[in-house]
Design a protein around this ligand. Structure first.
Ligand SMILES: Cc1ncc(COP(=O)(O)O)c(C=O)c1O
Length: 403
């Protein structure tokens, strides 16, 4: 066996997202891509904004010596300064460049953070449904994931958390706007969570880090306000990227910002600078650090995603699908029409609609639809959804229930 037992086992339990995407590729090859409605991947469909290309051209034209060499592992000072200024403005806290590490996307940011803080066997709380890769990230660094469900609206369930946190709890990963539910945790949820974690830290005499993974922060609808977590909780480590807000997932650029109020923040950053190097990233891509730090206020056209959400949410709820209306990101997470969500996703596949089972996010009984797709694909898929729903036994809600 050329690959380790562990990797073999992990591939076996690996992401349903990839599995369904790859099956979809085979189906497309067989019946033609235009005949398959692929809602599996959260791959941003919008091209980066014009400001990105302008900043990229300016950065590429700069012949100042040293711009492409090794640098401080945490990243260019100018890039970290720009990021720190932005977080200071947002939070009212005093972020400095010393609290920022530029990273290889949000995935790199979360891995660097977990490598830095985890002792073997320590637990990391994941709120289900959760981004499936988190489980592997925790395992990468010798930690153990503790899955805690959210409530029936996918909001934080403080009572469930109360019993899940113990002396071996090192961190909790929060993801808002959420993949896969589209939920944005509101101020009272964050306040309640912060109070609970503060109390637990006090009772247990430990430090519990709140890792807030926010690559979808700018992808929100209807003026929903995304709370700034560091304003509520001291030991906050923010991880993010420009994969979604600037449409740059292939460029692998993001950052970590440690709260100025976090305990031992300087030691944490020293650990992160070491971890980014020994994980083999060394530092975040130099050119991209220089580019994104010029355009931190710019985003892709979120209205496009809102239009897709409104169209698909409206049509599917009219057919009788039940779901929480997403406030951000670009996913719907409806209830499965069959108890077995994997069987349901397979049944949709027969109609050439590709989605991902909720089991892949630690929440069976649901399925995820990524609406980061061309509008025309959504529109063409609507009659197919209708047909599939009818064949799978769904009755549209009666008018009196349709409010
Ligand atoms: C919740 C969440 N976190 C992290 C990532 C990884 O982001 P990046 O591509 O910036 O590493 C994703 C990507 O889909 C995500 O959905």
């Amino acid at each position: 066996m050329p690959i380790s037992r562990k990797v073999t086992e992990q591939i076996g339990r690996a992401s349903w997202i990839r599995k369904m995407f790859e099956e979809g590729q085979t189906l497309k090859a067989r019946v033609g891509a235009e005949n398959v409605f692929d809602f599996t991947l959260g791959n941003p469909i919008l091209e980066p904004p014009e400001e990105f290309f302008e900043a990229l051209e300016a950065a590429a034209a700069d012949r100042t010596p040293g711009l492409h060499r090794y640098m401080t592992n945490a990243g260019f000072l100018e890039a970290r300064q720009a990021v720190a200024d932005r977080h200071s403005l947002e939070s009212g806290l005093q972020y400095t460049p010393d609290l920022v590490v530029m990273t290889v996307g949000a995935a790199g940011a979360v891995n660097v953070t977990l490598k830095t803080i985890l002792n073997p066997g320590e637990e990391v709380v994941l709120l289900a449904p959760y981004f499936a890769e988190y489980w592997f990230y925790v395992d990468n660094h010798g930690g153990v994931s503790r899955i805690v469900p959210t409530d029936d609206k996918f909001d934080i369930d403080l009572a469930a958390l109360e019993t899940a946190i113990h002396p071996g709890t090192r961190a909790l990963v929060l993801n808002s706007p959420n993949n896969p539910t589209g939920r944005v945790y509101g101020h009272s949820s964050i306040e309640g969570l912060a109070r609970l974690l503060d109390r637990k830290q006090h009772e247990l005499g430990t430090t519990i880090y709140l890792i807030t993974d926010e690559p979808y922060r700018a992808i929100v609808y209807d003026d929903v306000d995304v709370p700034v977590v560091s304003m509520y909780y001291r030991n906050t480590i923010l991880c993010t990227s420009h994969s979604k807000d600037l449409g740059l997932p292939g460029e692998r650029i993001g950052h970590i910002a440690v709260s100025p109020e976090a305990e031992d923040a300087a030691t944490l950053i020293d650990g992160m600078a070491f971890a980014i190097r020994t994980l083999g990233f060394v530092n975040a891509p130099a050119l991209m650090q220089r580019v994104v730090s010029q355009i931190l206020d710019v985003t892709v056209d979120v209205e496009f995603y809102r239009g897709n959400r409104d169209l698909l949410y409206g049509e599917l709820t009219a057919l009788g699908f039940e779901m929480v209306k997403p406030e951000g990101a670009f996913y719907l997470f409806p209830r499965s029409l069959l108890e077995d969500d994997i069987a349901f996703v397979r049944a949709l596949q027969q109609h050439r609609i590709l989605t991902v089972p909720g089991s892949g996010f630690g929440t069976p009984g649901y399925f995820r639809i990524s609406y980061a797709v061309e509008r025309s694909i959504l529109e063409r898929s609507l009659p197919i959804w209708q047909k599939a729903a009818r064949e799978l036994g769904l009755e549209p809600p009666r008018p009196s229930l349709q409010r």
